[in-house]
Design a protein around this ligand. Structure first.
Ligand code: AMP
Length: 425
């Protein structure tokens, strides 16, 4: 038997109803904040992620699905391509490629699959879905303002509330700008030197190449050592400190609760200043439901103009996991099950179904070869609200037997009144 590849999975009904419910709610919220959708390709040149995400990150160093294009044209041959492991680099590439700065501030969102070769477990997959957004533009359009950071965080709080997700915590940090980071990296290197010998292999490597990444370490024995390392909050310059304070002031003013977490440095290299994560109690080990932050230098590192930005990515799989119990509730059940009774009635049933579906009703069709008992059983199993019987007598008289399956009562209804009767609750 051929099965779905490890780390990938089929999304089946009724769960898919939940995915659609989430996506519809998300699109609504984005509309209210004047975000517009962008769809970028599923694969890009490998170089985009190497430069845009960072060679030293786990994502680029270990987790990408990369291959060499065999190509038909000579120009394609040997090009290294990668399934996108995240979407921000692609959005910024598109921003540069299409000169989107001409419109000032760009508020873009995406929904789609991402690919990382991680060890699969509950809430962690190799093909997973992200819902993300970016605000990016020239500083003159206000893209650098702490008001944008706060707007994005308030949007996220609204979104989670709207989905009925209550048990979330916003963890907030500032990772400073390039200057702060240089001084901080130096301090970290110094602090790590005497202790790194007792840490895991990954940390030993990170201490040399990119000490900040030590904070990604999940090895329990390393945690007491990491707890004693200097924190970025002690190294913020005046501008970054002020920026961070202003973000917090707005959040307090609009009533979005947060906790400060100066261990939070996020897995991707391009973040500057505000970094954040929303965690959720019910998710267990993989408790990060979304993450994001500011990336003021990303556009330049991809060869574009200065374009400060801030964004986030929600793990849609994890969002849906927290809503799992509601899957049955959001799946729309048939309003009516049409039971054709006897030869020639499939045709009549099809005509009626067509009429009723035009009224936006969910209609399921039986089969003229089914006995009435079987039709009722099927209608029950599907959770239909009504059963409509279509037999020769009904067609002749133009009046149809409509059974309310919840109340159990049956009435005869003229054809023209059927839709109204079924719509009424
Ligand atoms: P990142 O792009 O690493 O900042 O991740 C943003 C969010 O995507 C995380 O908070 C997770 O909710 C989700 N996510 C990241 N990797 C995976 C994965 N392998 N499987 C499922 N969700 C993921």
């Amino acid at each position: 038997m051929i099965k779905a590849v490890r780390g990938t999975r089929d999304l089946l009904p009724p769960e898919t109803a939940l995915w659609n419910f989430v996506e519809a709610a998300v699109r609504d919220v984005f509309r209210a904040y004047n975000f517009h959708e962008i769809r970028t390709p599923i694969f890009e040149s490998t170089e985009l992620f190497a430069r845009g995400v960072g060679e030293e990150t786990d994502v680029v160093a270990k987790e990408m699905y990369t291959w060499e294009d065999r190509g038909r044209a000579q120009s394609d041959k040997g090009q290294s391509l990668t399934l996108r492991p995240e979407n921000t680099a692609s959005v910024v590439r598109a921003y540069i490629e299409h000169k989107l700065w001409d419109r000032g501030l760009n508020k873009l969102y995406y929904i789609g699959p991402q690919f990382r070769r991680e060890r699969p477990q509950k809430g962690r997959y190799r093909q997973f879905y992200q819902i993300g957004a970016e605000i990016i533009g020239p500083a003159s359009a206000g893209s650098e303002s702490p008001a944008r950071d706060a707007e994005v965080l308030e949007l996220l709080a609204t979104l989670l509330d709207r989905l009925g997700i209550r048990d979330w915590t916003l963890q907030l940090n500032s990772v400073g700008c390039a200057n702060d980071r240089a001084a901080y990296n130096e301090a970290l290197r110094k602090a790590l030197e005497p202790v790194v010998g007792g840490m895991c292999e990954d940390c030993k490597r990170r201490a040399v190449t990119n000490p900040l990444r030590v904070f990604d370490c999940k090895v329990p024995e390393d945690q007491p050592i990491i707890d004693k390392l200097p924190r970025i909050s002690q190294f913020l310059d005046e501008g970054c400190r002020r920026h961070f304070e202003q973000v917090q002031e707005i959040l307090k003013a609009v009533g979005v609760p947060f906790v400060l977490n100066d261990r939070l440095v996020r897995g991707l290299d391009y973040y500057t200043r505000t970094a954040f994560e929303f965690t959720h109690g019910a998710l267990g080990a993989q408790n990060a439901i979304l993450g994001g932050g500011r990336y003021d230098g990303l556009s330049e590192s991809l060869g574009g103009p200065s374009a400060p930005g801030i964004g986030f990515a929600i793990g849609e799989d994890r969002l849906v996991l927290t809503l799992q119990e509601s899957a049955e509730a959001v799946q729309r059940k048939p309003d009516v099950y049409i039971a054709p009774l006897g030869a020639g009635m499939d045709r009549e049933a099809a005509r009626l179904a067509r009429e009723l579906r035009r009224h936006d009703l969910v209609v399921e069709l039986g089969d003229e070869n089914f006995r009435l008992k079987k039709s009722f059983e099927t209608a029950d199993k599907l959770g239909a609200r009504f059963a409509l019987i279509v037999g020769e007598n009904e067609v002749e008289s133009g009046s149809f037997a409509l059974k309310n399956l919840e109340a159990g009562e049956q009435v005869s209804v003229p054809r023209a009144e059927l839709a109204g009767k079924i719509q009424a609750r």
